[in-house]
Design a protein around this ligand. Sequence first.
Ligand code: SF4
Ligand code: SF4
Ligand code: SF4
Length: 324
Amino acid sequence: MKITPDRFRLAVQAAFTLFSLYAGYRFILFLSWVSGRSETFVAKPGAVEGFLPISALLGFRRLVSSGFWDRAHPAGLTIFLAALAMAFLFRKGFCGYVCPVGFLSGLLERAGRSFGMARIPPRRIDLPLHVFKYLGMGGFVFLIFSMDPRSLESFLRSPFNMTSDARMLDFFLHPSGMALAVLAALALLSVMVRNFWCRYLCPYGALLGLFAWFGPVRVHRDKDACVHCGKCSASCPSGIAVEQKEAVRTPECIGCGQCVGACPVDGCLGFHALGRRIPWPTVAVGAVLVLLVARVWAGYAGVWDNPLPPEMLKRVYQAGAGLM
Ligand code: SF4
Ligand code: SF4
Ligand code: SF4
């Protein structure tokens, strides 16, 4: 079977999603030990902190203003910084290859396409809708960067922040009726509108998009070789009109390479960096490598696991997440 950008991406996304589920399972075992339901100690998996981008942004602010690494969610900060690096170097590689929400959103979009749905709204509706995710991102950045250092420190050390991953897990394991209704509405909208959540609402994706915008990698179209078949635009999960551009600079491009794989003309469409053509797997492999290197470095530097001894961490979770 030929390895295409689409198949390769699906495999990488599925692997990261399975790994996230495994981390979630280990976290449940950790919380069982915390609550006394199990006597077997299981270390808290740092990877679950990847689902706490707001905590990570708080930790980033602390790193910028004080030079100290956040000890409440150290792995979350590592993943956040790796995602920013991936975005800059490899076109929102976190969205394209790592994020499980992006994977689910992509599956819904594929389902929508197979039903002849998953459309992009007309430009006059599409463009204003993009504002929401940038407003959300701007609001979070403004609030967090305008906090005074003392409030920031006390929030980061609060049991509420330190156990936010437990509350996040509880939200997904025991969703309220309202949460289920919102999730169902988002799922339906993702079938009808291409990548609805990522396209219009995710503030994290908006931030990563800004970093990607300044990055060196672009999809480049050779306009002399192009036969204007439109397959690139039709295959793009972000709904970018690739056929009409010479270089794709938009923050919406996730570097998935699906347009490159769909182009029937050899050498017409490809990734370029600093004026040179690069093979399509460079983006996928590069993005994953950034994350793996960050993980190994964080372990080596002692900024992956929470530094509290297990018994002390247990008491923090018992108090903060009500797991007595
Ligand atoms: S836009 Fe948000 S939800 Fe979508 S893939 Fe990126 S980080 Fe994940
Ligand atoms: S322009 Fe190409 S690489 Fe970028 S998101 Fe669309 S299909 Fe993927
Ligand atoms: S798929 Fe290739 S040939 Fe067809 S419109 Fe896009 S760039 Fe041109």
